[in-house]
Design a protein around this ligand. Structure first.
Ligand code: NDP
Length: 261
């Protein structure tokens, strides 16, 4: 299938590892040029060199914290120089708290990272995409946006807000031929999950793989984690010309984890 992504330019935030890196690689494999952002500039630059060398595309690293105005401005500046057709808002992270013990600062931090980053980037890329005749914006929310995990209320709530932002934005931007959609992933095995599993099992023998298998058995009918590539495939399709009638929707890649229809 020709996805029509060759020669396009995509921003991916949180692209130095995990799902964001897999999305970047998936797009690069289709010939898409990249602007890749993460806070850790050295790791991002190293991945950009590797991706450019492997896939023959351009890959521009931006060291930026998307939860800040300055970080978003740096990404938009890179897009002004290179042009942009696709934005994947992927940067984000899990939390762990109760409502009673999470201070206001934690709610603010996750609002800035999961919601305001997407708002600011939407404002920044809109004129650039409009000038090119259209574009695509994808939000990486989470299954937790609609089916919460009890131990991370701040994550659940901020991802639900991102999902609503995405739906709302889709109405406003489709007038300019910019398609906005959301992907809700279930359990995706990133290095961060492995690190957490190792920490949680360190005191009890260190069988982190058994811990991860139990998580998969408990939550996902498919009884395994997905790979970052399995999640990325959906983003690449939705970013492509083949998804031209997909607007304002939420798509799941979750091994059956969602318990509703
Ligand atoms: P990782 O922790 O593996 O990677 C996160 C990436 O985001 C890194 O590149 C990190 O680099 C970057 N990042 C984090 N904070 C910021 C910031 N403030 N500004 C810029 N970049 C940032 O995450 P995953 O791949 O697991 O998750 C990616 C997205 O997918 C997240 O939004 C997550 O909520 C969502 N998701 C993940 C699931 C999973 O099971 N893994 C399931 C459902 C959704 P650096 O630290 O250098 O900034």
């Amino acid at each position: 299938m020709n996805l029509g992504l060759k020669g396009r330019t995509a921003i991916v935030t949180g692209a130095s590892v995990g799902i964001g890196l897999a999305i970047a690689e998936g797009l690069a494999a289709e010939g898409t040029n990249l602007i890749l952002a993460a806070r850790g500039g050295e790791r991002m630059a190293a991945e950009c060199s590797r991706i450019a060398g492997t896939f023959g595309v351009t890959a521009t690293p931006v060291a930026a914290d998307v939860a800040t105005e300055a970080g978003v401005a740096a990404i938009v500046d890179a897009a002004k120089a290179a042009g942009v057709d696709i934005l994947v808002n992927n940067a984000g992270t899990g939390s762990g708290e109760t409502v009673l013990d999470a201070p206001d600062a934690k709610w603010d931090q996750y609002w800035d990272l999961h919601v305001k980053a997407a708002v600011r980037l939407a404002r920044g890329v809109h004129p650039l995409m409009k000038a090119r005749g259209g574009g695509v914006i994808l939000h990486n929310a989470s299954i937790c946006a609609t089916q919460p995990l009890w131990y991370e209320p701040v994550y659940n709530v901020s991802k639900a807000a991102l999902l609503m932002f995405s739906k709302t934005l889709s109405y406003e931007f489709i007038k300019d031929n910019i398609r906005v959609n959301t992907v809700n992933a279930g359990l995706i095995l990133t290095p961060d999950w492995i690190k957490t599993a190792k920490q949680l099992t360190a005191a009890s023998g260190g069988d982190y793989e058994a811990y991860l298998q139990k998580v998969a058995d408990d939550f996902a009918p498919i009884r395994r984690f997905g790979t970052p590539e399995e999640a990325a495939n959906l983003f690449v399709f939705l970013a492509s010309a083949r998804a031209s009638y997909c607007v304002g929707s939420t798509y799941y890649v979750d091994g059956g984890m969602l318990r509703t229809i």
